[in-house]
Design a protein. Structure first.
Length: 131
């Protein structure tokens, strides 16, 4: 089973996205900020990280940089909604810093499942989301 680390400061969003990804067959661990994510990442392996970009404490761009230092080939999905600036300003920067994919909030269940499945090489899941 593929393991995903979900990083977002919004607890309700984290819970909803975790449940959605678990239903799709992934093992999920979730935390509320980049510092907690890095600590957990150093303790156990993950196949993919989904991280918000605008968070208190260690925000998403810093988290992406540090994750890439720890594991250069790690697949990272950067997500962002409206914060201090529009997500359109942060998402390209996240891609430049090493995120394999980006999604602007709000996104659909099909969009996130498609991105996750594609990055993890789970073609059956991609096909299922398309039907």
């Amino acid at each position: 089973m593929k393991r995903i680390l979900l990083v977002d400061d919004n607890e309700a969003f984290r819970w909803t996205l975790s449940a959605m990804l678990q239903t799709a067959g992934y093992e999920i661990q979730s935390v509320g900020d980049g510092s907690a994510a890095l600590k957990l990442f150093r303790q156990q392996p993950f196949d993919l990280v989904v991280t918000d970009l605008i968070m208190p404490g260690k925000e998403g761009l810093e988290t992406i940089i540090e994750l890439r230092r720890i594991q250069p080939g790690l697949k990272i999905v950067a997500i962002s909604g409206v914060g201090r600036v529009a997500p359109g300003d942060y998402l390209p920067m996240a891609r430049h810093l090493g995120a394999a994919a980006t999604l602007a909030k709000p996104f659909t269940m099909e969009e996130i499942l498609d991105v996750v499945a594609r990055l993890l090489g789970d073609e059956a899941a991609v096909t299922e989301t398309m039907t």
